[in-house]
Ligand binder design. Structure first.
Ligand code: FAD
Length: 488
């Protein structure tokens, strides 16, 4: 490595964040950038560790020690070449990935892990600044046509790779803009949307054709798409939210998280929407669900000026300590207990709590919810098995807004999946084996949340890339696209 003793000399440092009191006044990103010196020091922390487990920790197989070394040497061309050989969109993962690579970092065993995610963000931003991000499609085309259904990270990655292989690619998107949950799920304060627009421009220069406001299976027949293309990749995401069907569900003020988040993202992006305003302003808000979607509701409610915000998780509070059964260090910069920047902004968190009823007033508006504390019984591995209510803890909490953020069940079946006769698995996701990505319908493939169930951006990009490679093989008999195992 560039500086073999770097990990002993420098501590892990992250770029500064805008103070909470300032950042909640707007929807801008609030994580800054390193100075040149800090970036150099952070890259120098990557050790010559022999077996870099970070490679396999990353679903994309990012070649991390090599790009860290190039960053240390300030060889931006090389750093960008290495990073972009495995990851089409480091500007997304460098901002919002939970960084499983950092959990696998060998340095993390007894010191805080290398700040891989931040270094990734800096490489791509410097690459854009230095005009290194250029179209990659070959001049000689294959003559094959591929349609991609859905423009989330899986569809975008598939399209970028297919264009690189010389195919003519059309991406169909039912929304008015590209990006999927990157655009209309994840709030701007985690990732501003010009970052997607900048990438779409590069893809368009590469010849990718984006068709918006077009739902395949509704506005255009799925059969027609299949007939008119040599292959199709379904990348429509997992969009059916888990509901909470308890008494009072009908009261005005109980919303799915995505309805709330999508509307705010549209507001920030000046995109029109025709639904009634869902606002947390001056309301007592309760977010049900402790994951990424829940914390994005917390951050958005704070920015809208909620009076109070509570977040519920039915599970018990995870331990702050690393369990003996886990050989790896804790999630970098945090602990087993997931805390996001939204929690720093103000939110009361409740664990082992069950919601029993929504209570409303005579006008049909939500006024409170009835909850009870619960106790979990666990198995010999500490996994939750069943819960019992704790007597005497039932109570009402005031709430005029509830956001249901309990995850997504499966993709929408009606439309493309149903019309094409695509088989689904027992979880109702599109059935297509990992590593193969081909459905039961000859030339139709699937990738991302639509196939694997709700997951992460990094997995969606990985699946999009791998599915594109399988399509390329299917069309050409072999593929020139990189695989994550480094096999061509
Ligand atoms: P999606 O992003 O869902 O994109 C699917 C696209 O397909 C959509 O644009 C949809 O409109 C379109 N589509 C669907 N059907 C059709 C059709 N028939 N015709 C045309 N278009 C269609 N992951 C992280 O790694 N980090 C995070 O911080 C994070 N935060 C999240 C916050 C929220 C609120 C949510 C909901 C998810 C978050 N995730 C996060 C998860 C991540 O966003 C998803 O795993 C990822 O976006 C899945 O990518 P995808 O391309 O498979 O699907």
């Amino acid at each position: 490595m560039g500086k073999p003793t770097g990990f002993q000399e420098f501590n892990r440092e992250l770029p500064s964040k805008t103070p909470v009191s300032e950042r909640v006044k707007n929807y801008n990103e609030f994580v800054g950038m390193y100075s040149d010196e800090k970036l150099n020091q952070q890259s120098a922390r990557c050790m010559n560790c022999g077996i870099p487990f970070c490679h396999s920790g990353c679903p994309l197989g990012n070649i991390i020690p090599e790009f860290n070394d190039a960053v240390y040497r300030k060889n931006w061309h090389e750093a960008y070449r290495i990073l972009s050989s495995t990851n089409n969109f480091p500007e997304f993962t460098g901002r919002i990935c939970p960084a499983p690579c950092e959990s696998a970092c060998v340095l993390g065993i007894n010191k805080p892990a290398v700040a891989i995610e931040e270094i990734e963000k800096h490489i791509i931003e410097i690459a854009y600044e230095q005009n290194l991000v250029k179209p990659t499609a070959p001049l000689v085309k294959s003559g094959k046509k591929v349609a991609v259904v859905g423009s989330g990270p899986a569809g975008m990655a598939a399209a970028a790779q297919l264009a690189k292989a010389g195919h003519a690619v059309t991406v169909y998107e039912r929304d008015d803009k590209a990006g999927g949950l990157l655009r209309y799920g994840i709030p701007d304060f985690k990732m501003e949307k010009w970052i997607i627009d900048r990438r779409i421009k590069v893809m368009e220069e590469d010849g990718v054709n984006f068709v918006y406001n077009t739902e395949v299976g509704k506005d255009i027949a799925a059969e027609e798409i299949v007939r008119n293309n040599d292959a199709v990749i379904l990348a429509g995401g997992s969009t059916i939210p888990r509901d909470l069907n308890i008494p009072g569900r009908h009261f005005k003020g109980v919303h799915f998280a995505m309805d709330f988040l999508k509307q705010q993202n549209k507001r920030v992006g000046s995109s029109p929407f025709d639904t009634e305003d869902i606002l947390a302003t001056d309301k007592d808000v309760i977010v049900i669900g402790g994951g990424d979607t829940g914390s994005d509701c917390v951050g958005t409610s704070n920015r809208q000026g909620a009076r109070s915000i509570k977040q519920f998780e039915v599970m018990f509070k995870p331990s702050d300590e690393r369990p003996n059964s886990m050989p790896w260090p804790n999630f970098p910069g945090a602990s087993m207990l997931k805390v996001t920047s939204s929690h720093d902004e103000g939110c009361e968190r409740f664990w082992s709590i069950n919601t029993k009823e929504f209570l409303g007033d005579e006008d049909g508006n939500l006024r409170a919810i009835k909850v009870v504390d619960i106790e979990w019984e666990t198995d010999f591995l500490g996994r939750p098995v069943k819960f019992t209510e704790i007597a005497g803890t039932e109570r009402e909490l005031p709430a005029q807004r509830v956001f249901l953020a309990m995850g997504f069940l499966n993709p929408q079946f009606e439309g493309a999946i149903q019309n094409l006769g695509i088989e689904v698995d027992e979880r109702k996701n599109v059935k297509a084996k990992e590593g193969v990505y081909r459905t039961n319908v000859g030339k139709v493939f699937a990738a991302g949340d639509m196939r694997r169930g709700q997951s992460l951006v990094v997995w969606a990009i990985s699946e999009g890339r791998e599915a594109a490679r399988k399509v390329d093989e299917f069309l050409m008999g072999h593929s020139i696209l990189e695989s994550k195992d480094g096999v061509n």
